[in-house]
Design a protein. Structure first.
Lengths: 291, 291
């Protein structure tokens, strides 16, 4: 059985075909240009494969995922030029009459990491996946399901207690200034230090400030969802950085609740090479097929 | 059919008996003393009723609600003298061989408000209930279920952006200082102003500071869970105060996502006279009975 995956990012699209074991058989990627051109490329790619049974799509957003909305399957009010109000699912569905699973990019990644994690821990039934890159977003699985009554989570925009050495930094979120994304997304390095993130050594104090904020996000989501695991992906994240995050988390939590070994709780993605969303898409496509 | 409810608070217990329509037929309350005496009073109360089919318990915490734990049904490491490591469910179960539903006080209230709300809005499938009183806690329903893989939510202890006019106040949480509970629980009025909350007029600026923090909690939970509704109960909350909270929420959200009419989204309990938990207990007892 062949399953399709579209990981739709604001910069590039990754299309892949996999089997029932969620193993990638073939994969391609191309830059995100206009919706017409980019979605046509997806269609052309999948046309090469006979007998595609279902497709999982993980998309940048915001997107409409309330099934009772007439705009279900659309990218909604994105600031990305040309992409607002685009009927993503409808366009793909016209070309392929197969079941399609539709969710956010971070939900797709969360699901991939969740499926992998349950292989090793059968009691796990919730997981949160954060990406910290150009922007900050998160997806969540609770009781084995995605969450959100009025839409998908937007955890990148929560407010945080400011670090005493960072009070003068206004933050760069155009909506909120110093929300999580405004304080820790990749471009904050240039805003704070004039240097790109990859050029700022981990010994620089700015990484402690970053860890203080990211740890607070982990605390918020821990106290709100009590998830089994929190996964951090995205260009800003490294194992060395997560060590700092764990240290701050421990200090801020102050023994209040027990989350088990922090090294197993706050982790990098188990699926390497940014493959979490593709893996998740295959699993979600299969779920959709079996419905 | 008769259903039982125990709302176990740190100060008082409320026991009640109701029918399948969750209507209270009889009710009593008594102060929380030792576990032996207090739980015996619950047992003596329910013994008066023949044919009790199930009992719902909503308890102060922290409690163990992971079914695979040997301590399931216990109050765990509460600072309340005598009550740590008490087998609440086991004690009741020994007296009544009926199905028992066990959850936190705020989850019980959340469930009561959820059931009532779904009568008016069939699309609602998630709700958050905060209590702001002596302490701050919250319960949550997501996709019709309670949440928490490693335990129940503890949303009272999240960190927040500090109000510029409140930077000198250290907060009163013994664990975290200036977490949500440390900044907005009832006793913070005395700590900040030397006066009890009920003696501080709503025109006092301290209420704006409180609203700024409570609005941030609502923002966090909105961006994390995207619930259909947020209910605020507890002694500190009034409709006048929630007006201030809605104003701050609107300002902080800055149009980022749409939650519908704020007057329908951030609300007081629909069930009056602190009856949310009893109502929720009846509904949960019935669920447990029908399992």
């Amino acid at each position: 059985m062949l399953l399709g995956s579209i990981e739709a990012g604001g910069t590039k699209f990754v299309c892949a075909v996999g089997n029932e074991d969620y193993r990638t058989m073939d994969k391609t990627q191309f830059p995100t240009t206009t919706p017409e051109e980019t979605l046509q490329k997806c269609i052309d790619y999948f046309k090469k494969f006979d007998d595609l049974k279902a497709i999982g799509i993980s998309s940048f957003g915001p997107i409409e995922l309330r099934k009772n909305s007439p705009k279900y399957g659309y990218i909604t009010n994105t600031p990305k030029p040309g992409w607002a109000d685009v009927d993503f699912v409808g366009t793909i569905k016209k070309a392929f009459d197969v079941p399609i699973h539709w969710t956010t990019d971070v939900n797709g990644s969360a699901y991939g990491e969740y499926v992998i994690s349950t292989l090793f821990n059968e009691h796990l039934n919730s997981l949160v996946y954060y990406t910290i890159g150009t922007g900050v977003g998160a997806g969540a699985i609770v009781n084995g399901q995605f969450i959100g009554d009025l839409g998908h989570p937007e955890m990148g925009h929560v407010r945080l207690k400011r670090h005493p050495d960072d009070l003068d930094f206004k933050g760069i979120c155009p909506y909120h200034g110093d929300c999580l994304e405004g304080l820790v997304s990749g471009p904050t390095f240039e805003a704070r230090t004039g240097k790109k993130g990859q050029d700022v050594p981990l010994t620089d104090h700015v990484w402690d400030i970053m860890a203080f904020y990211v740890a607070q996000a982990a605390i918020q989501v821990t106290l709100t969802l009590r998830p089994g695991k929190i996964v951090f992906g995205g260009g800003v994240v490294s194992e060395e950085f997560l060590k700092k995050v764990r240290g701050q988390f421990d200090k801020l939590m102050n023994g209040y609740i027990n989350v088990g070994k922090l090294e197993d709780y706050i982790v990098m993605p188990a699926i390497k090479e940014n493959g979490s969303a593709t893996f998740g898409d295959f699993a979600l496509a299969l779920l959709e097929y079996r419905k």
